[in-house]
Structures are given as structure tokens and as C-alpha cells.
Design a protein around this ligand. Structure first.
Ligand code: C2O
Ligand code: CU
Length: 464
């Protein structure tokens, strides 16, 4: 796949990854975790020392926003105050919240006015790696830096030496390291979306991450980009995938050593650092074949291995309580994704501002009042979505309020049956996912390439 864009400016001012992520928590009298969060403008040094700082939109003045960390079953109250010059909302991506806390403007709440605030209250029922981002003017707000990780810790965490987060963002910067304008370019919206030219981990262009020989690391990887799919290859290492989108899976070695994450997707990896002291090992992103680049080095210190042999301890995370769909009584819904640019042949059909459709209909924007549902599901009903991608582009399709099991790809059953909240559907392929519609409300279902969502690849599923 080819994407034309300027060369990556990755080598500029690379920095070693330090403790750049701030963790936030406070406990109120009634045991609720109180987490104030302010959406505001800020300046951040994303390109490294000696390079100009970048004007960003941020949570609490930092990019990414603070890592919000709670324990499974904790009651959480996040009071979001809006210090931006425009309306905003926050969506808790992948967390099962009550519909009124889902952050979709018009559909589930009135957007937060400039100067206003809104208290999001929920109790995450499952543990895992989630994230939060705006659902208003999403292309610009997410593209200017509003996003952060939301970690729900297991009641009994797995034994690892370190628990690390890689929050991956993709910026389109100009020569002065400022965010390039031009959000919502119609040509891009009909193609790959706004792919940037500068990739950061935890808010900085990374150079190396220090590791110790023999340690076992849990690495939580979040793809928080607008449009960039990444395929990470850890040279000299054998990462074990233990969770997708926060949901534990049967641990397995990533196929061909590659971890593919579309926008909004996450994975938890367990990596035994069995490289040699004083050596460096590259982590390569080679999703766009002719544009492979080194994301970061795993840099070993001089210390001898902390243990002689890799640990035998189990890698399996405790299961999350998710209801299994009953495939015999499942209600099937066919979902056809169409539109976009076809290898230079122009758009399919004349659709005005919209470039994409779901079953022939384009819902554009971030969410609106009175969006008619694509279909309505009875509460408790098992549902199968047959996602048919009839376009020439990749689409990471996300359902709010639920996680689903990936049942099959192109008619071949998927033995892994992993749970996800966002599934990457390659061009011309069909993916079947199933879930129990047990969370009542109006739920967004959309492509997480933000340009695609804005340009029509969005729908609402109602659970009555
Ligand atoms: Cu991260 Cu509507 O989603
Ligand atoms: Cu898409």
C-alpha cells in the first residue's frame, strides 16, 4: 500500500523515553475516584530538546493527557472542564459505560461548552488497557493532541517486573514543528485519512527505551493516531500477546513477530527481555511496505541478566466478565462498507460531502441528535455483524458500549475468537463479529480512521 506524504522527520531530536506519563488518582470520601481533567491549549516539546515546542490542545497541559489509572470495579468520577475555544466531549474508548456517559455529542449528551464542565461517572466492570479522546470536532481535537490512556488494573495483576505504556500518536507538523492546518481535506477523507509525518511514543519522538537483560515487561501499546496503521516488529524478541483492546486472550506469539494495530486498537504484550547486555534491538514499523522505519530501539544496559532463564510464571491474564454470544440463536446483520477513492478512478457515486456509506447511508460528523438507528437489538440478544468491506481501503471498525468476539475472516473461522472493540477490516475482506447486546442505549458504530467517520462511515445501533 502506498501513501504519498512527506518524509518522516523521525530522526529529529530523538529522546530516550523517560517517565513522561503522569499518573493521576485521588479518592473521595465515598470511595469514588475523583479525576479532574481540563481540556486546554498548551505547548509541548514533542520533537525533542533543541527543537521548537509545538502548540497543542491537551488534557491538563500535557500530551498525551494524564494516564488515568483505576482498579477494576472502582467507581470513577472524571470532571472534565472545557478550557478550549469550542465545544468538546470525552469518550471512554472500549470501557463499558452507561450510555449517558459515552460522550457522543447530541446522541448521548449535550456537548460541554467553552468554560463549562461535565462529570463522567462510571464503574469499569472489566480490567484492561483503554483510552479516552474527544468525540466532538474529533479530527481536529484528537489531531491536535487531546487523548490519553485509561488503565483499569486487574484485582490480581500478573507478575511482571515492569508495566509500561506506549501511547503512539501521529502528528502532521510543518518545518517549524507546528501542527499543519487542513483538517478535513476531502481528498484525504476519501483515501487513507490524515496520516502524519511525526510519530511519538508517550508524547516524544522516541530514540531508545532502556531495558534490563532478563526482565519481564508488560507492554501496553495504544494506537491513538487519526489514521495510521502500525505493524510493529520487535527484532530479537518474541512478544506474547495477552490482550486485545483491553480484553485478555489466550496468550500467543504474534504472527511473524508482527503486531498490527489500526487506529484506536490496543494490545498488551508480555516481553521477556532476553537480549544481550549493551546491545540494542530495533522495533520496526513496516505496515506501509516501502515506508518502513525504526520506531525505537530497545537498549540494554551493561547489567547481567536479572535472572538466568525466562520465567515459568503463567502469562494468562484473569478473564474479564463478558457474556458469550450464543451463535445458534444469533441475529445476523449484514453491514456493507462502500465508497472512497478507487485507485485514482474517482469516487463511487456522487455523495456531496460524504465519501463513505454504511448500507448505503452516510452519517457524517461526530454524532448528532436524533440519529436514526441502523437497526435495533433486543436487550440480551446475541448479535452477529457481517462486516463486508467493499472498498479499496482499510477500516478499523469500532462499536461503542460493547466488546465483540471475532468469529471469522473471509468465511474461515477464527480459532482464537479474541474479544475486541475495534476490528481492522482489510480492503475487499469480510469479518464476522458477535456480541451480546446487553448495554441499553444508542451506540455509535464507526470507522476509527477519523476522516472516514467524519465523511460518512458511521451508524448507530440501538439496544432497547
Ligand atoms: Cu474511540 Cu467513537 O470512538
Ligand atoms: Cu475507514
Amino acid at each position: 500500500m502506498r501513501v504519498s506524504r512527506r518524509a518522516l522527520i523521525l530522526s529529529a531530536g530523538a529522546a530516550a523515553l523517560g517517565p513522561l506519563v503522569r499518573v493521576r488518582q485521588a479518592i473521595a470520601d465515598d470511595g469514588t475516584k475523583e479525576l479532574p481533567l481540563a481540556a486546554q491549549q498548551a505547548v509541548a516539546n514533542v520533537t525533542g530538546d533543541g527543537h521548537p515546542a509545538t502548540a497543542v490542545w491537551s488534557y491538563d497541559g500535557i500530551v498525551p493527557g494524564p494516564e488515568l489509572r483505576v482498579r477494576q470495579g472502582d467507581r470513577v468520577r472524571v470532571v472534565v472542564s472545557n478550557k478550549l475555544g469550542e465545544e468538546t466531549t470525552v469518550h471512554w474508548h472500549g470501557i463499558r459505560v452507561p450510555n449517558a456517559m459515552d460522550g457522543v455529542p447530541g446522541l448521548t449528551q449535550t456537548p460541554i461548552r467553552p468554560g463549562g464542565s461535565f462529570a463522567y461517572e462510571f464503574t469499569p466492570p472489566v480490567a484492561g488497557t483503554f483510552w479516552y479522546h474527544p468525540h466532538a470536532d474529533t479530527l481536529q481535537q484528537l489531531g491536535r493532541g487531546l487523548a490519553g490512556a485509561f488503565i483499569v488494573e486487574e484485582r490480581e495483576p500478573v507478575a511482571v517486573d515492569r508495566d509500561l505504556l506506549w501511547f503512539i500518536e501521529d502528528w502532521r507538523l510543518d518545518e517549524g514543528a507546528q501542527i499543519a492546518p487542513g483538517f478535513g481535506n476531502r481528498m484525504e477523507a476519501a483515501m487513507s485519512g490524515r496520516v502524519g509525518n511525526t510519530i511519538t511514543i508517550n508524547g516524544r519522538i522516541p530514540d531508545r527505551i532502556s531495558v534490563r537483560a532478563g526482565e519481564r515487561v508488560r507492554l501496553r501499546v495504544v494506537n491513538a493516531t487519526l489514521a495510521r496503521i502500525v505493524s510493529l516488529r520487535f527484532e530479537g524478541h518474541r512478544p506474547v500477546v495477552v490482550a486485545h483492546d483491553g480484553q485478555p486472550c489466550e496468550p500467543y506469539m504474534a504472527e511473524g513477530g508482527r503486531l498490527v494495530l489500526g487506529p484506536a486498537m490496543r494490545a498488551d504484550l508480555i516481553i521477556d527481555m532476553d537480549g544481550k547486555p549493551d546491545q540494542s534491538y530495533r522495533v520496526i514499523d513496516d505496515f506501509y511496505q516501502d515506508l518502513a522505519y525504526k520506531l525505537v530501539d530497545l537498549a540494554y544496559g551493561p547489567a547481567k541478566p536479572t535472572r538466568e532463564r525466562p520465567q515459568d510464571l503463567p502469562l494468562r491474564l484473569p478473564r474479564n466478565p463478558l457474556p458469550e454470544p450464543d451463535l445458534r440463536s444469533v441475529e445476523r446483520h449484514e453491514i456493507a462498507l462502500r465508497g472512497g477513492m478507487m485507485g485514482g478512478m474517482g469516487m463511487m457515486g456522487g455523495m456531496g460531502d460524504a465519501a463513505w456509506t454504511i448500507n448505503g447511508t452516510s452519517m457524517t460528523g461526530d454524532g448528532q441528535p436524533n440519529m436514526p438507528p441502523l437497526f435495533t437489538l433486543r436487550r440480551g440478544q446475541s448479535c452477529m455483524l457481517v462486516l463486508r468491506n467493499e472498498t479499496a481501503w482499510w477500516h478499523p471498525m469500532h462499536l461503542h458500549g460493547h466488546s465483540f468476539q471475532v468469529i471469522s475472516r473471509n468465511g474461515r473461522s477464527n480459532p482464537r475468537r479474541e474479544w475486541r472493540d475495534t476490528v481492522l477490516v482489510p480492503p475487499r475482506e469480510t469479518v464476522q463479529v458477535a456480541f451480546v447486546a446487553d448495554n441499553p442505549g444508542n451506540w455509535m458504530f464507526h470507522c476509527h480512521v477519523t476522516d472516514h467517520q467524519m465523511a460518512g462511515m458511521m451508524a448507530v445501533l440501538r439496544v432497547a
